[in-house]
Design a protein around this ligand. Structure first.
Ligand code: EPU
Length: 335
């Protein structure tokens, strides 16, 4: 384990906000956690685990300790005719795991290709894209329970996965550290082409895991800015889920409003569409802005502060509330 004072986080958050962490810990092995938490408890310090820094907005220099995992192993635990159980450590880059799964002919994770972040961060907000969510393939999650000072395994059910949510964002928030994730990876040939832009592949004789991965890469490139070129954290807001009654009322005024059916008489509305209707694509607030090709993505045009991005988010929330009577909730973690 390493302890670094005043660690620059500019390149450890994809918004590239220039902040420094007073106390930064690099964990190389989960066995180091009991000692680290014993130490932090003495100082009454509640830490933050930083994954790929791709879903976080720093509004100031964090005073709390920041922990980063650099554990990297992938291990096949059990083999079955239809699937294998594969354990991946928290520090692995999410897309390294996806590429590994494609190389080894597993079906499922491929739709989640090129999502930035780490394996350990994936279950927290149950990352999702192109018709799939990580939680669909998670068998169990290994954690270190900070309060109880012990390692535990949570089953998929115990994780309570939902749209961009899990137990790690609710009752276990700040109380558990994900050390590794066990995936149930299907071996039977099956492609999920339900997302509209993927349907063109349905009749392709060349359809393969690699072609699907390539296609997803192209779609992402057209809709999402590359954080190495322009700072951003993907979708800034969650897609709001509203009652069908409210949709009917909105349809009177906006007949074209896109919506996806959800359980229990609810519908999901694309936040990007709502923001786009306000003509905000390309809008700027100081050095912060709305991405010109996708209204759901806020960007750092260079030297933006976290506060500036947060102010822009508030402007958008107010305008959406005023026009549609819908409150957009941030998807990124604001620290
Ligand atoms: N739309 C607009 N204008 C915009 C953006 C979107 O009209 O500026 C409309 C699109 O035309 C489409 C609808 O909104 O009808 C949905 O857009 P899209 O398919 O691009 O997906 P999304 O709902 O904006 C979600 C996820 C993304 C994920 C994509 C693809 C959330 C908050 N975001 O975006 O996840 O990649 O679906 O599955 O659920 C992320 O979480 O960071 C992320 C990028």
């Amino acid at each position: 384990m390493q302890h670094i004072n005043n660690q620059d986080l500019t390149h450890l958050n994809t918004f590239h906000i220039e902040v420094k962490a007073k106390d930064f810990y690099i964990v190389e092995n989960e066995s180091e956690l009991p000692r680290l938490f014993h130490e932090l408890k003495k100082h009454n310090a509640k830490p933050l685990i930083l994954g790929g820094g791709s879903n976080i907005l720093f509004t100031d220099n964090p005073q709390i300790p920041i922990i980063q995992f650099i554990t990297k192993r992938i291990k096949i635990l059990e083999k079955y005719p239809d699937y294998d159980l594969v354990q991946a450590e928290a520090g692995i880059k999410w897309d390294d795991l996806v590429r590994w799964s494609v190389e080894n002919n597993y079906y499922g994770l491929v739709n989640l290709s090129y999502i930035p972040g780490t394996v350990g961060a994936a279950p927290v907000q149950n990352i999702g894209a192109y018709g799939q969510e990580a939680g669909n393939f998670i068998h169990s999650v290994k954690i270190y329970n900070i309060e109880q000072q012990r390692f535990q395994t949570l089953s998929q059910e115990q994780c309570s996965f939902g749209y961009r949510s899990s137990i790690f964002k609710t009752s276990l928030k700040g109380k558990a550290i994900i050390t590794s994730v066990i995936f149930r990876l299907p071996k039977q040939k099956h492609f999920d082409l339900s997302y509209k832009d993927l349907r063109i592949l349905q009749d392709s004789p060349l359809l393969s895991l690699w072609l699907l991965r390539l296609t997803i890469g192209k779609i992402r490139m057209s809709k999402l800015p590359d954080p190495s070129i322009i700072g951003n954290a993907g979708s800034f807001f969650k897609n709001p889920i509203i009652p069908t009654d409210q949709l009917s009322a909105l349809q009177q005024r906006f007949p074209q409003i896109p919506h996806y059916q959800m359980p229990r008489q609810k519908v999901k509305i694309p936040a990007g569409w709502l923001i786009d209707q306000l003509g905000l694509k390309g809008y700027r607030h100081g050095n912060a802005g709305v991405y010109e090709n996708n209204a759901l993505v806020l960007v750092n045009h260079g030297n933006a502060t976290g506060e500036e991005i947060l102010e822009l988010a508030k402007i958008i929330q107010d305008k959406v509330k005023e026009k549609f009577d819908i409150l957009l909730e941030p998807e990124v973690n604001i620290i």
